[in-house]
Design a protein. Structure first.
Length: 318
Protein backbone atom coordinates (compact mmCIF):
# COMPACT_ATOMS: atom_id res chain seq x y z
CA UNK A 1 0.00 0.00 0.00
CA UNK A 2 2.72 2.48 1.00
CA UNK A 3 4.62 1.87 -2.24
CA UNK A 4 1.53 2.81 -4.26
CA UNK A 5 1.05 5.92 -2.11
CA UNK A 6 4.66 6.98 -2.68
CA UNK A 7 4.36 6.40 -6.44
CA UNK A 8 1.17 8.45 -6.41
CA UNK A 9 2.96 11.33 -4.69
CA UNK A 10 5.77 11.16 -7.24
CA UNK A 11 3.19 11.46 -10.03
CA UNK A 12 1.59 14.40 -8.20
CA UNK A 13 4.89 16.29 -8.12
CA UNK A 14 5.32 15.79 -11.87
CA UNK A 15 1.79 17.04 -12.51
CA UNK A 16 2.14 20.00 -10.13
CA UNK A 17 5.51 20.92 -11.62
CA UNK A 18 3.65 21.36 -14.89
CA UNK A 19 0.84 23.26 -13.17
CA UNK A 20 3.03 26.33 -12.69
CA UNK A 21 3.63 26.42 -16.43
CA UNK A 22 -0.05 25.77 -17.13
CA UNK A 23 -1.07 28.70 -14.91
CA UNK A 24 1.36 30.96 -16.75
CA UNK A 25 0.08 29.72 -20.12
CA UNK A 26 -3.58 30.36 -19.22
CA UNK A 27 -3.04 33.80 -17.67
CA UNK A 28 -3.26 36.64 -20.17
CA UNK A 29 -0.33 39.10 -20.28
CA UNK A 30 -0.44 41.99 -17.85
CA UNK A 31 -2.42 44.88 -19.36
CA UNK A 32 -4.02 42.73 -22.09
CA UNK A 33 -7.81 42.41 -22.37
CA UNK A 34 -7.87 39.09 -24.24
CA UNK A 35 -5.72 36.07 -24.97
CA UNK A 36 -6.35 34.24 -21.69
CA UNK A 37 -7.82 34.62 -18.20
CA UNK A 38 -6.96 37.01 -15.39
CA UNK A 39 -5.92 35.61 -12.00
CA UNK A 40 -9.44 35.71 -10.52
CA UNK A 41 -11.13 34.19 -13.58
CA UNK A 42 -8.62 31.35 -13.57
CA UNK A 43 -9.13 30.52 -9.89
CA UNK A 44 -12.93 30.48 -10.19
CA UNK A 45 -13.27 28.58 -13.50
CA UNK A 46 -10.66 26.00 -12.51
CA UNK A 47 -12.11 25.19 -9.12
CA UNK A 48 -15.77 25.53 -9.95
CA UNK A 49 -15.28 22.84 -12.61
CA UNK A 50 -13.05 20.69 -10.39
CA UNK A 51 -15.50 20.96 -7.47
CA UNK A 52 -18.36 19.73 -9.64
CA UNK A 53 -16.32 16.69 -10.74
CA UNK A 54 -15.11 15.85 -7.23
CA UNK A 55 -18.51 16.30 -5.60
CA UNK A 56 -20.14 14.07 -8.20
CA UNK A 57 -17.57 11.34 -7.48
CA UNK A 58 -17.81 11.73 -3.71
CA UNK A 59 -21.61 11.77 -3.60
CA UNK A 60 -21.67 8.64 -5.75
CA UNK A 61 -18.94 6.72 -3.87
CA UNK A 62 -18.82 8.14 -0.33
CA UNK A 63 -21.93 10.22 0.42
CA UNK A 64 -21.76 9.38 4.13
CA UNK A 65 -18.22 10.73 4.38
CA UNK A 66 -19.27 14.03 2.83
CA UNK A 67 -22.25 14.21 5.17
CA UNK A 68 -20.11 13.57 8.25
CA UNK A 69 -17.68 16.32 7.27
CA UNK A 70 -20.49 18.82 6.77
CA UNK A 71 -22.21 17.87 10.02
CA UNK A 72 -19.26 17.31 12.35
CA UNK A 73 -16.40 19.41 10.94
CA UNK A 74 -17.97 22.06 8.72
CA UNK A 75 -15.90 24.95 10.09
CA UNK A 76 -12.58 23.12 9.91
CA UNK A 77 -13.38 21.79 6.43
CA UNK A 78 -14.25 25.29 5.23
CA UNK A 79 -11.08 26.75 6.76
CA UNK A 80 -8.87 24.00 5.32
CA UNK A 81 -10.40 24.31 1.86
CA UNK A 82 -10.19 28.11 1.95
CA UNK A 83 -6.47 27.91 2.62
CA UNK A 84 -5.74 25.25 0.00
CA UNK A 85 -8.00 26.57 -2.76
CA UNK A 86 -8.78 30.27 -2.38
CA UNK A 87 -5.70 31.25 -0.37
CA UNK A 88 -3.11 29.28 -2.28
CA UNK A 89 -4.47 29.73 -5.78
CA UNK A 90 -5.44 33.40 -5.69
CA UNK A 91 -1.99 34.20 -4.30
CA UNK A 92 -0.16 31.98 -6.79
CA UNK A 93 -2.20 33.13 -9.78
CA UNK A 94 -1.53 36.78 -8.97
CA UNK A 95 2.12 35.99 -8.28
CA UNK A 96 2.52 34.41 -11.69
CA UNK A 97 1.24 37.57 -13.37
CA UNK A 98 4.34 39.28 -11.95
CA UNK A 99 7.12 36.65 -11.93
CA UNK A 100 8.19 33.88 -14.34
CA UNK A 101 6.76 30.42 -13.73
CA UNK A 102 10.22 29.06 -12.96
CA UNK A 103 10.63 31.69 -10.21
CA UNK A 104 7.31 30.62 -8.66
CA UNK A 105 8.23 26.94 -8.70
CA UNK A 106 11.52 27.72 -6.93
CA UNK A 107 9.76 29.69 -4.17
CA UNK A 108 6.97 27.28 -3.22
CA UNK A 109 9.27 24.51 -1.77
CA UNK A 110 9.93 26.69 1.29
CA UNK A 111 6.59 25.44 2.63
CA UNK A 112 7.96 22.42 4.59
CA UNK A 113 10.00 24.87 6.68
CA UNK A 114 6.84 26.91 7.21
CA UNK A 115 5.06 23.72 8.35
CA UNK A 116 7.78 23.13 10.95
CA UNK A 117 7.73 26.71 12.22
CA UNK A 118 3.93 26.75 12.40
CA UNK A 119 3.86 23.38 14.18
CA UNK A 120 6.34 24.73 16.72
CA UNK A 121 4.33 27.93 17.23
CA UNK A 122 0.83 26.46 17.42
CA UNK A 123 1.25 22.76 18.26
CA UNK A 124 4.20 23.05 20.64
CA UNK A 125 6.43 20.74 18.57
CA UNK A 126 10.09 21.24 19.52
CA UNK A 127 12.63 22.75 17.13
CA UNK A 128 16.10 21.28 17.62
CA UNK A 129 19.38 22.63 16.33
CA UNK A 130 19.07 20.85 12.99
CA UNK A 131 15.64 22.35 12.36
CA UNK A 132 16.79 25.86 13.24
CA UNK A 133 19.93 25.48 11.11
CA UNK A 134 17.96 24.04 8.21
CA UNK A 135 15.42 26.84 8.40
CA UNK A 136 18.15 29.47 8.32
CA UNK A 137 19.82 27.72 5.38
CA UNK A 138 16.52 27.54 3.49
CA UNK A 139 15.90 31.25 4.02
CA UNK A 140 19.41 32.05 2.74
CA UNK A 141 18.78 29.93 -0.36
CA UNK A 142 15.42 31.61 -0.86
CA UNK A 143 17.10 35.03 -0.78
CA UNK A 144 19.61 33.88 -3.41
CA UNK A 145 16.84 32.59 -5.70
CA UNK A 146 15.06 35.94 -5.54
CA UNK A 147 18.05 38.29 -5.69
CA UNK A 148 19.84 36.40 -8.49
CA UNK A 149 16.82 36.43 -10.81
CA UNK A 150 17.53 38.05 -14.21
CA UNK A 151 15.23 41.08 -14.47
CA UNK A 152 15.29 41.11 -18.27
CA UNK A 153 13.84 37.61 -18.44
CA UNK A 154 10.41 37.24 -20.03
CA UNK A 155 7.57 36.64 -17.63
CA UNK A 156 8.17 39.57 -15.28
CA UNK A 157 5.34 42.00 -14.55
CA UNK A 158 5.36 45.58 -13.34
CA UNK A 159 5.30 44.60 -9.63
CA UNK A 160 7.85 41.77 -9.21
CA UNK A 161 8.25 42.27 -5.45
CA UNK A 162 4.50 41.86 -5.05
CA UNK A 163 4.66 38.71 -7.15
CA UNK A 164 7.39 37.21 -4.96
CA UNK A 165 5.42 38.10 -1.82
CA UNK A 166 2.28 36.52 -3.29
CA UNK A 167 4.12 33.28 -4.09
CA UNK A 168 5.47 33.13 -0.53
CA UNK A 169 1.93 33.79 0.73
CA UNK A 170 0.77 30.84 -1.37
CA UNK A 171 3.43 28.66 0.26
CA UNK A 172 2.20 29.73 3.71
CA UNK A 173 -1.43 28.97 2.79
CA UNK A 174 -0.43 25.50 1.54
CA UNK A 175 1.57 24.79 4.71
CA UNK A 176 -1.52 25.53 6.81
CA UNK A 177 -3.67 23.43 4.46
CA UNK A 178 -1.42 20.40 5.00
CA UNK A 179 -1.51 20.83 8.79
CA UNK A 180 -5.29 21.15 8.99
CA UNK A 181 -6.06 18.40 6.45
CA UNK A 182 -4.63 15.69 8.70
CA UNK A 183 -7.31 16.08 11.37
CA UNK A 184 -10.16 15.68 8.86
CA UNK A 185 -9.30 11.99 8.39
CA UNK A 186 -10.74 11.26 11.80
CA UNK A 187 -14.08 12.01 10.13
CA UNK A 188 -13.89 10.83 6.49
CA UNK A 189 -11.68 9.32 3.78
CA UNK A 190 -9.57 10.96 1.04
CA UNK A 191 -12.33 11.27 -1.59
CA UNK A 192 -14.81 12.97 0.76
CA UNK A 193 -12.11 15.22 2.25
CA UNK A 194 -10.84 16.24 -1.18
CA UNK A 195 -14.32 16.95 -2.55
CA UNK A 196 -15.56 18.83 0.50
CA UNK A 197 -12.44 20.97 0.99
CA UNK A 198 -12.28 21.79 -2.73
CA UNK A 199 -15.95 22.73 -2.99
CA UNK A 200 -16.06 24.78 0.22
CA UNK A 201 -12.64 26.27 -0.50
CA UNK A 202 -13.88 27.59 -3.83
CA UNK A 203 -16.61 29.69 -2.18
CA UNK A 204 -14.24 32.41 -0.86
CA UNK A 205 -13.21 33.09 -4.47
CA UNK A 206 -16.77 34.22 -5.19
CA UNK A 207 -16.43 37.68 -3.53
CA UNK A 208 -13.50 38.39 -5.86
CA UNK A 209 -15.68 37.40 -8.81
CA UNK A 210 -18.49 39.61 -7.49
CA UNK A 211 -16.09 42.54 -7.24
CA UNK A 212 -15.54 42.24 -10.99
CA UNK A 213 -19.08 41.38 -12.05
CA UNK A 214 -21.40 43.10 -9.63
CA UNK A 215 -24.46 40.87 -9.63
CA UNK A 216 -24.38 39.88 -13.29
CA UNK A 217 -22.62 36.53 -13.05
CA UNK A 218 -23.98 35.38 -16.41
CA UNK A 219 -22.26 38.17 -18.32
CA UNK A 220 -19.11 37.69 -16.24
CA UNK A 221 -18.90 34.00 -17.16
CA UNK A 222 -19.55 34.79 -20.83
CA UNK A 223 -16.79 37.40 -20.81
CA UNK A 224 -14.36 35.05 -19.02
CA UNK A 225 -15.06 32.31 -21.58
CA UNK A 226 -14.51 34.79 -24.42
CA UNK A 227 -11.19 35.81 -22.85
CA UNK A 228 -10.16 32.15 -22.67
CA UNK A 229 -11.06 31.11 -26.22
CA UNK A 230 -9.56 34.29 -27.70
CA UNK A 231 -6.17 32.80 -26.89
CA UNK A 232 -6.76 29.84 -29.20
CA UNK A 233 -6.66 26.14 -28.20
CA UNK A 234 -3.57 26.51 -26.00
CA UNK A 235 -5.10 28.22 -22.93
CA UNK A 236 -8.20 26.00 -23.14
CA UNK A 237 -6.07 22.85 -23.18
CA UNK A 238 -3.95 24.06 -20.27
CA UNK A 239 -7.10 24.88 -18.28
CA UNK A 240 -8.32 21.31 -18.84
CA UNK A 241 -4.93 20.10 -17.57
CA UNK A 242 -5.35 22.24 -14.44
CA UNK A 243 -8.90 21.05 -13.78
CA UNK A 244 -8.63 17.31 -14.42
CA UNK A 245 -4.92 16.61 -13.92
CA UNK A 246 -3.60 19.12 -11.41
CA UNK A 247 -6.77 19.40 -9.33
CA UNK A 248 -9.04 16.33 -9.56
CA UNK A 249 -6.43 13.57 -10.01
CA UNK A 250 -3.54 15.18 -8.13
CA UNK A 251 -5.63 16.29 -5.14
CA UNK A 252 -7.03 12.77 -4.70
CA UNK A 253 -3.54 11.25 -4.79
CA UNK A 254 -2.11 13.91 -2.48
CA UNK A 255 -4.87 13.50 0.09
CA UNK A 256 -4.29 9.73 0.04
CA UNK A 257 -0.66 10.50 0.89
CA UNK A 258 -1.68 12.77 3.78
CA UNK A 259 -3.96 10.04 5.14
CA UNK A 260 -1.49 7.15 4.96
CA UNK A 261 1.85 8.89 5.64
CA UNK A 262 3.13 11.39 8.22
CA UNK A 263 2.58 15.01 7.17
CA UNK A 264 6.34 15.65 7.26
CA UNK A 265 7.00 12.75 4.88
CA UNK A 266 4.40 14.04 2.43
CA UNK A 267 5.96 17.52 2.63
CA UNK A 268 9.35 16.08 1.60
CA UNK A 269 7.97 15.34 -1.87
CA UNK A 270 7.75 19.09 -2.49
CA UNK A 271 11.54 18.95 -3.04
CA UNK A 272 10.90 17.21 -6.37
CA UNK A 273 8.46 19.79 -7.70
CA UNK A 274 11.12 22.37 -8.72
CA UNK A 275 12.94 19.73 -10.76
CA UNK A 276 9.81 18.94 -12.76
CA UNK A 277 8.87 22.63 -12.88
CA UNK A 278 12.21 23.70 -14.35
CA UNK A 279 11.98 20.97 -16.99
CA UNK A 280 8.42 22.03 -17.88
CA UNK A 281 9.36 25.73 -17.85
CA UNK A 282 12.33 25.33 -20.15
CA UNK A 283 10.60 22.88 -22.49
CA UNK A 284 7.26 24.70 -22.82
CA UNK A 285 7.89 28.39 -22.09
CA UNK A 286 11.61 28.64 -22.86
CA UNK A 287 12.23 30.15 -19.40
CA UNK A 288 15.79 29.92 -18.15
CA UNK A 289 17.29 30.29 -14.69
CA UNK A 290 20.74 31.59 -13.76
CA UNK A 291 23.48 29.48 -12.23
CA UNK A 292 23.22 31.58 -9.09
CA UNK A 293 19.49 30.82 -8.87
CA UNK A 294 20.14 27.10 -9.26
CA UNK A 295 22.76 27.34 -6.52
CA UNK A 296 20.29 29.15 -4.29
CA UNK A 297 17.65 26.51 -5.03
CA UNK A 298 20.06 23.74 -4.01
CA UNK A 299 20.85 25.58 -0.76
CA UNK A 300 17.12 26.11 -0.14
CA UNK A 301 16.30 22.44 -0.72
CA UNK A 302 19.24 21.30 1.43
CA UNK A 303 18.02 23.54 4.23
CA UNK A 304 14.47 22.24 3.96
CA UNK A 305 15.75 18.65 3.94
CA UNK A 306 17.87 19.32 7.04
CA UNK A 307 15.03 21.05 8.86
CA UNK A 308 12.58 18.28 7.95
CA UNK A 309 14.86 15.54 9.27
CA UNK A 310 15.59 13.94 5.90
CA UNK A 311 19.17 13.26 7.05
CA UNK A 312 18.03 11.81 10.39
CA UNK A 313 15.66 9.08 11.45
CA UNK A 314 12.78 8.28 9.15
CA UNK A 315 9.25 8.88 10.36
CA UNK A 316 6.95 5.92 10.79
CA UNK A 317 3.56 6.02 9.17
CA UNK A 318 0.72 7.34 11.32
Amino acid sequence: MNRAVHLGLLLVMGIWGGAFIAVKAVLRPEGAVSGGLDWIELAWLRYAAASACLLALALALDPRGVGRLLRESFGRTLLTGSLGVAGYNLALNYGETQVPATMAVLLIPVNPVLVLLLAAAFLGEPLGRAKWAGSALAIAGLAAVVLAAPQGMRGWGSHPAGGVAACLGAALAWALYVLFSKSLYRVAGPLAVTAATTALGTLPVLPFVMSQSGLDLGDWHAAAWAHLVSGGPGPLGWLAYLVFGSTVLAFLLYQAGIKHLPAGTVALYIYLMPVFGLIWGYGVLGERVTAAQLGGAIVLLAGVALASGLFGKKESPS
